[in-house]
Design a protein around this ligand. Sequence first.
Ligand code: NAG
Ligand code: NAG
Ligand code: NAG
Length: 424
Amino acid sequence: MPKTLVCEDGSDTIFIRWWWSDVAIPINWAADFIAPMKRSIRPLFSILFLIVFAITLSCRILIRRGGRFSSIELQTNVIVQPPVPVFNSTLLKYAAIDIGEAQAKQEIEQLLEGNFASQGRYRTFATWRRFNHHDIRASSSRGVPVTLRSPQFYRYWLDFRKVLHDWARAKRYQPDIMNELIGLVKNPVDEHSGLVGSNRKYSSCAVVGNSGILLQKDYGELIDGHEIVIRLNNARTERFQQHVGSKTNISFVNSNILHLCARRQGCFCHPYGVNVPMVMYVCQPVHFLDYTICNLSHRAPLIVTDPRFDMLCARIVKYYSLKRFVEETEKSLDEWSSAHDGSMFHYSSGFQAVMLAVGICDKVSVFGFGKSTLAKHHYHTNQKGELKLHDYEAEYDFYHDLMKSSQVMPFISDFKFPPVVIYQ
Ligand SMILES: *[C@@H]1O[C@H](CO)[C@@H](O)[C@H](O)[C@H]1NC(C)=O
Ligand SMILES: *[C@@H]1O[C@H](CO)[C@@H](O)[C@H](O)[C@H]1NC(C)=O
Ligand SMILES: *[C@@H]1O[C@H](CO)[C@@H](O)[C@H](O)[C@H]1NC(C)=O
């Protein structure tokens, strides 16, 4: 008889899932099934059972060896499902509505037509260029001066349109996009650092936020001890190493940061060194101009987050924000929008960086997230308040659910969450 084995999750039952069917049979159940049978047929049945078991095992070993079938192996491994939390369907429905969608679409269309009227101070492409000092002597990676009406600038313009167009078209909801982050982000990052691309996740990642609470602890060494350190929005580490560490493997920014750097010669935007890859989410479509120009001169990859990943993040944060709103204020959901800047509402960079880490790491540690009345808003600046268009409280609610290692989150399916620890 197959013995009752101890599974990885510590339970004492192993389930056999026939690889050709959807029926899973726990081994101890199978034993119970065979035990009461007539003595005469018991050996026969046991042998038959063993043969089937052996075939199943060898098939699974085969599947495991043929790496490319690993997804099949995953499916056969489903063991015990924890109780599934039920999400409020009204909140899910509201969270899926993108209030700013129509406006964003219109803005993108205008940009594609070369109409910058809705871009505030960059009223025309020319003012954008002037603002960014690309008219006179900005240079591309090859040191070729880029002048007004130069063919090179025209190429930027065509590239910009193509990138923006593709990005806008790719935006949609995909519940299992978390599984693609390895291919979308980790592989290009590893390729750059000369590592052979594998589907292994990083063993441990530290996401370092910018909250002033970091100054209350000396987490520097602990942070640097992670395989990968992700930092946010170019917060500097000099003079703070004791608290924030010094190593950086991924610089995660929003496109405003790049927009500001784009004004500098060569888009200089590398507080952690020119070889540190950047991952950026685009908060205003016009920033694709900065991307198009800066992408040329970046030595390390400059990766724009996939719009499907952006959409997933947006929905999750909105769900948590709506939930918090109705629970705290007891107001109706329709009033959420005016309380939270409706169409401007956005997740924070920190939130998406944590989500990225969750997708590419086996273990995630989060530092420098959270507030304290004694701490500054940012450890490295004197910024007083926080932006209204973010709902940090709602994001903290989400992190707490992550820490409870709940395997089910709104809008995400077919994804296994790694353990997450938040250091306060
Ligand atoms: C879901 O949330 C809405 C809005 O807060 C509330 O009116 C409704 O009762 C909730 N539904 C359930 C099943 O809890
Ligand atoms: C992370 O960065 C450190 C310091 O720059 C570097 O030594 C290390 O190889 C990087 N790790 C990976 C996996 O790229
Ligand atoms: C950005 O630059 C990289 C490296 O030069 C290049 O492979 C990639 O295609 C560029 N991205 C876009 C959208 O042009």
